[in-house]
Design a protein around this ligand. Structure first.
Ligand code: UTP
Length: 298
């Protein structure tokens, strides 16, 4: 049965980013750069590559820099061209969202009441049909865009909700939403439940949900009924779990590599990963590694 195309990507970007304070006091976490590219740019590129028509940003009034970043700035481009930097002007134009190609909407989440609440804020701004949700602080790099892979896979499965998954060490399950696994076929995990941040000793599995979702539109009704869960926040995972019997849930192991750029360690790993694949950084990485051999190395 066709589920209809995924026409909308929702970008929840209204969080406080406390783990990156003081950097996030004045700069939104989603604009922190991995080398020279802000996290939000990777997310926009992934959504564009996946062919969505509309991008909905759920933001906060204090984070207006995100809107300035994602939209085209013709004045800045003109200044750059006047100063002989035409290529830079073209690159900026390419990176920004072109409103001739994509509809863009900003909705405000005035209180950061949780990811589930942020997605609910997008309800009146989405196009009919299933929706994609992208968390920009989960950076996923690889040959294929994670969202493209998921949207292609979504049409072939019975479940109405599809979530990106990774396998994590048992001691780390309390940082994630965790699937209750009933079967595995290729990259798909069939689940009959999901719990947010379980204790490692009670965890139903080590299959963890990361920041890409393709969701049946019934998620909005489930979210509207959802009461606050772990951390006093309205959790997206709780609303997905609520629908499991009627809507169905599958996990999807994407082919790319994921970095949790909401943490300093994940951000540093992402930077090192990108730098390692760019010859421009060979010297600096080589010097650093030579001067700082691994502790306890023979
Ligand atoms: P996180 O769970 O990483 O929360 O949000 P956070 O507030 O950004 O960061 P910490 O935990 O305080 O360091 C994942 C994504 O969901 C958005 C965030 O902006 C981020 O892109 N989010 C989170 C919202 O839009 N609203 C919320 O209420 C919570």
């Amino acid at each position: 049965m066709s589920k209809g195309p995924v026409r909308t990507a929702i970008f929840p970007v209204a969080g406080l980013g406390t783990r990156f304070l003081p950097a996030t006091k004045a700069t939104p976490k989603e604009l922190l750069p991995v080398l020279d590219t802000p996290l939000i740019q990777f997310a926009i590129d992934e959504a564009r590559d996946a062919g969505v028509e509309r991008m909905v940003f759920v933001s906060h009034p204090s984070k207006s820099a995100i809107e300035r970043y994602v939209m085209d700035d013709a004045e800045l481009r003109a200044t750059l061209r006047d100063r002989g930097k035409a290529k830079l002007a073209r690159d900026l134009h390419k990176a920004a969202i072109d409103e001739d190609d994509h509809e863009v909407t900003f909705v405000m989440q005035h209180d950061p009441l949780g990811l589930g609440h942020a997605v609910l804020c997008a309800r009146d701004a989405v196009l009919p049909g299933p929706v994609a949700v992208i968390l920009p602080d989960d950076l996923i790099v690889g040959q294929k865009g994670c969202l493209s892979e998921m949207i292609a896979a979504y049409q072939d499965i019975a479940a109405g909700h599809l979530v990106a998954t990774i396998n994590v060490p048992r001691q780390e399950v309390s940082k994630y939403g965790i699937l209750s696994v009933v079967g595995q076929t290729g990259p798909f995990t069939k689940a009959d439940g999901m719990v947010e941040k379980p204790d490692p000793k009670d965890t139903p599995s080590t299959t963890a949900v990361v920041g890409r979702y393709v969701l049946d539109p019934c998620i909005f009704d489930a979210l509207a009924r959802q009461t606050p869960g772990a951390g006093g926040e309205v959790q997206l995972t709780d609303a997905i779990a609520k629908d499991i019997l009627t809507t169905g849930l599958a996990g999807f192991q994407f082919s790319g590599q994921r970095f949790d750029c909401g943490t300093k360690q994940g951000m540093l790993s992402a930077m090192l990963h990108l730098a390692r694949h760019d010859p421009a950084f060979d010297d600096v990485l080589g010097v650093f590694l030579n001067q700082n051999p691994t502790p306890n190395a023979a």
